[in-house]
Design a protein. Structure first.
Length: 351
């Protein structure tokens, strides 16, 4: 190849190369164009190699042009590379675009369930009287749920309360607790007297649902054991609680009732908050039966290792669901368990 030929070829390569590099559509084709234009096997590569076989003088002048062409091609490649990078960066920014001026999606605020509200209210009253909160499991064994509460295996009181038994290998007699009274036993077993506790919680009974019954419901159990506790103490405490819940003007009455774990046992009625005892749709005869209560049976105290000659106490069980229905004017207990947010959110109180 003579000098003139080589110079023409270099000129062609400059033009062709610059066009190829500038026309690369993305990083990958730029790399391909670079190899095609300047790689070892490219025409430009060949021209550079052919310099070796030229006469000294030609080699010098053609070599200078070849160097110049290489610089031009490298510059064209670099320019295209930065242009393509800028485009990629812009595309990424556009894809990641966040409009901070748009209003956000505020999560809907939940509210406390009416049963929880009633439970908090009841527990607050008792803690202000010096009671502390105790807890027990919802899955109980036969001994805590029945036997220790003076309900032996053949006792008729079981029939109406027998609950759902739970099949756990190695634990023959587990059931969903039928009343929070089992927490009385667990509390007394775990500490010496005096005891002043309330135990709110969920209980289960074999019950057909209707406006006033549900197979799942809630109670707040209470237990006070100390030296010299009397039936009068119980009445005083429960009257205070009834008034705190339903108004200072309320009167209370105690009527006889049977629960195997208390003696004597009683039912506490409170004069109706709606008609003040005259009789109405809510109460019927003017009285609302609020809770079961009584003096802790000596056998129960002894079952827990307490000296029943020295200590006496009272216990009670308030239905939290019932309090919620009365306090919030809810006509059907089943509404508490339907989970309809339109209904439940009416109380609006947030945790
Ligand atoms: N556990 C009883 C019930 O479920 C209520 C109660 C508790 C009665 C404590 C007396 C003493 O009906």
């Amino acid at each position: 190849m003579d000098r003139a030929e080589a110079l023409r070829a270099l000129e062609e390569e400059r033009e062709r190369g610059v066009a190829a590099l500038a026309g690369a559509a993305d990083l990958e084709s730029l790399e391909a164009a670079r190899t095609a234009v300047m790689g070892r096997k490219s025409r430009f590569g060949e021209l550079q190699r052919s310099l070796g076989s030229m006469a000294e003088e030609d080699r010098r002048s053609v070599g200078a042009v070849a160097n110049e062409v290489r610089e031009v091609l490298q510059a064209a490649a670099a320019e295209r590379l930065s242009a393509l990078r800028a485009v990629a960066e812009e595309a990424l920014l556009a894809a990641d675009h966040l409009d901070l001026s748009l209003p956000g999606h505020r999560p809907r605020r939940g509210s406390l369930h009416p049963i929880t509200l009633a439970e908090y209210e009841i527990v607050d009253i008792f803690t202000s009287l010096g009671f502390r909160v105790a807890e027990g499991p919802e899955i109980e064994d036969d001994w805590h749920n029945f036997q220790a509460l003076n309900i032996p295996p053949d006792h008729p009181a079981r029939t109406m309360k027998d609950s759902l038994y739970v099949d756990v290998p190695g634990h023959p007699e587990l059931l969903l607790r039928t009343e929070t009274s089992a927490v009385q036993i667990r509390t007394m077993q775990s500490q010496p007297p005096p005891v002043y506790v309330v135990a709110p919680g969920r209980v289960y009974r074999r019950e057909t649902p209707d406006p006033t019954h549900s197979p799942v419901f809630h109670q707040v159990e209470g237990l006070a054991v100390d030296e010299g506790i009397t039936f009068g103490d119980m009445k005083g405490v429960l009257e205070t609680v009834a008034k705190a819940l339903f108004g200072e003007e309320r009167r209370v009455r105690l009527g006889p009732a049977y629960f195997p774990f208390v003696e004597p046992g009683a039912e506490l009625g409170v004069s109706c908050f709606a008609c003040d005892g005259a009789g109405c749709r809510i109460c019927g005869d003017g009285w609302i039966e609020l809770l079961g209560c009584g003096m802790v049976h000596p056998t129960v105290l002894e079952n827990c290792g307490y000296d029943s000659e020295r200590y006496t106490g009272f216990a009670f069980g308030i239905g939290s669901d019932r309090v919620a229905l009365l306090r919030y004017g809810i006509p059907d207990i089943r509404m508490l368990f339907d989970g309809d947010v339109r209904f439940l959110s009416q109380w609006g109180a947030t945790p």
